[in-house]
Design a protein around this ligand. Structure first.
Ligand SMILES: NC(=O)c1ccc[n+]([C@@H]2O[C@H](COP(=O)([O-])OP(=O)(O)OC[C@H]3O[C@@H](n4cnc5c(N)ncnc54)[C@H](O)[C@@H]3O)[C@@H](O)[C@H]2O)c1
Ligand SMILES: O=P(O)(O)OC[C@H](O)CO
Length: 339
C-alpha cells in the first residue's frame, strides 16, 4: 500500500479518547463518522456538537457526525479507528467484522493486554478481522484526551509494520496541535502503552499515601525498567522505551491528575475500595486494573521479573494493603541497577 490518501474515517467508540481522536481527524480536514453505543450520545454529537459525559465543555467540529448504527458508521470508511476498551475489543470487533470495508486501514487506540489470550490489541484485531497484524496501525504516546480536546499541543506515535499505512494515518491526523510520528516497532509501542497504565496506578497509590517526587521518580524509572525488560524479551526495539510511547506516556500518565489510572490508584492509596476508586473515574476505563493481571501473566510466562506490576496485581486483585505491598517492594533482595 503506497501513497494512500485517507479522507473518510470511522471512529468506533465515543468515549474520551475516541471522541478526541475523532476531533483531531476532523481538525485535520477529514470527514469523520463516529459510532456511539448509546443513541442519545450519537444524537448529542451529531446535532449538538458536544459529548458532555466524556468531554464536558468541549465543542466538537461540525464536520464530525455520529450514529449508533455500526453499518451506517462503517459504510465507505477508508480507515476504521477502534476506540473501545481493551477487554471489550474482541467482542465488539466480532460484531463489526462483517461490516468492515475490505480495504480500510484498521487503527487501534486501546492500551492494554487481553486477559486470557494475553494478546496485544493489534494481535486481537488481526485474529478477529483476519488481516495481517503488521497492517494494523497502533496509536500510542502521551495523549491525555482532555488536553488534546482543548487543542493543547501534543505528539503521538503511529506504529505499524506497514510504514505506508502509518504514513496514511499520519497525514490524516496531523494538524496544528497534534504531531504524529511513525514507528515500525508495534510490539514496543503497544507494551509501552499497556504497561504505563499499571505504573500510573502505583504512582497514584504513592501519592494517595502522601509520598512525594522521589517516590514518583523511582516508580516511573523502575517501571520503565521492568517494561523495557518485558519488551526486550518479546522482541521490541529498546529505543522505543526512550520515546513517546515509552517514557513520554509514562511521565504524562504518572504525573497528571487527569489520568484515570493515576486517579484510581490515588483513591486506593487514600484507603478507598476499588468500587469507590472506579466511581472516582466516572465509569471510564482504568485499563491498568485489568492489565496488571494480563501483563503479570505475560511476564511470568516468559520469565521476566516485573515487581511493580506484581505489586499492583496484589493490591487490585488480592485486596492486599498498599502499605504492606510497598514495604515488600522496598525490602526485596538488593541488586545491581541493570540486572
Ligand atoms: N482517555 C484518554 O486520555 C486515552 C488516551 C490514549 C489512549 N486511551 C486508550 O483508549 C482506549 C479507550 O479509552 P477511552 O478513554 O475512550 O475510554 P472511555 O471509558 O472514555 O470510553 C470507552 C468507550 O467505549 C464504549 N464501549 C463499547 N463497548 C464497551 C464495553 N463493553 N465496555 C465499556 N465501554 C465500551 C463506551 O460506550 C465508550 O464510548 C483505552 O484503551 C484507553 O487506555 C485513552
Ligand atoms: O487516563 P488514562 O490513565 O487512561 O491515560 C490516558 C492516556 O493513555 C495517556 O496517554
Amino acid at each position: 500500500m503506497t501513497g494512500v490518501t485517507v479522507q473518510s474515517v470511522t471512529v468506533l467508540g465515543a468515549g474520551s479518547w475516541g471522541t478526541t481522536f475523532a476531533k483531531v481527524l476532523a481538525d485535520a480536514g477529514r470527514d469523520v463518522t463516529m459510532w456511539a453505543r448509546r443513541a442519545e450520545v450519537a444524537a448529542e454529537i451529531r446535532d449538538g456538537h458536544t459529548n458532555s459525559r466524556y468531554l464536558p465543555g468541549v465543542e466538537l467540529p461540525s464536520r464530525l457526525t455520529a450514529t449508533s448504527d455500526p453499518a451506517e458508521a462503517l459504510a465507505g470508511a477508508e480507515a476504521v479507528v477502534l476506540a473501545v476498551p481493551s477487554q471489550s475489543l474482541r467482542a465488539n470487533l466480532t460484531g463489526w467484522r462483517e461490516l468492515l470495508p475490505r480495504e480500510a486501514i484498521l487503527v487501534s487506540l486501546a492500551k492494554g493486554v487481553e486477559l486470557g489470550s494475553l494478546k496485544r490489541m493489534s494481535e486481537v484485531i488481526s485474529e478477529i478481522a483476519e488481516v495481517p497484524s503488521g497492517d494494523v496501525v497502533v496509536v500510542s504516546g502521551p495523549n491525555l484526551a482532555k488536553e488534546i480536546a482543548q487543542r493543547q499541543p501534543a505528539a503521538a506515535v503511529l506504529a505499524s509494520a506497514d510504514h505506508d499505512r502509518a504514513v496514511a494515518i499520519q497525514q490524516a491526523s496531523f494538524n496544528s496541535y497534534f504531531r504524529p510520528y511513525t514507528n515500525t516497532d508495534v510490539v514496543g509501542c503497544e507494551l509501552g502503552g499497556a504497561c504505563k497504565n499499571v505504573i500510573a496506578l502505583s504512582c497514584g497509590i504513592a501519592s494517595g499515601l502522601g509520598f512525594g517526587a522521589n517516590t514518583m521518580a523511582t516508580l516511573i524509572t523502575r517501571g520503565l525498567a521492568e517494561t523495557a525488560r518485558l519488551g526486550a524479551k518479546l522482541g521490541a526495539d529498546p529505543l522505543t522505551f526512550a520515546g513517546l510511547a515509552g517514557v513520554g506516556d509514562l511521565v504524562a500518565t504518572c504525573a497528571s491528575p487527569l489520568s484515570r489510572n493515576r486517579t484510581f490508584g490515588e483513591r486506593i492509596g487514600r484507603g478507598e475500595t476499588t468500587a469507590q476508586a472506579q466511581e472516582a473515574v466516572g465509569g471510564q476505563v482504568a485499563e491498568g486494573v485489568m492489565s496488571c493481571q494480563s501483563i503479570r501473566e505475560l511476564a511470568r510466562g516468559v520469565g521476566v521479573d516485573m515487581p511493580i506490576t506484581e505489586a499492583m496485581y496484589r493490591v487490585c486483585h488480592e485486596g492486599m494493603d498498599p502499605v504492606r505491598v510497598g514495604a515488600e517492594l522496598l525490602g526485596r533482595q538488593q541488586k545491581h541497577e541493570w540486572s
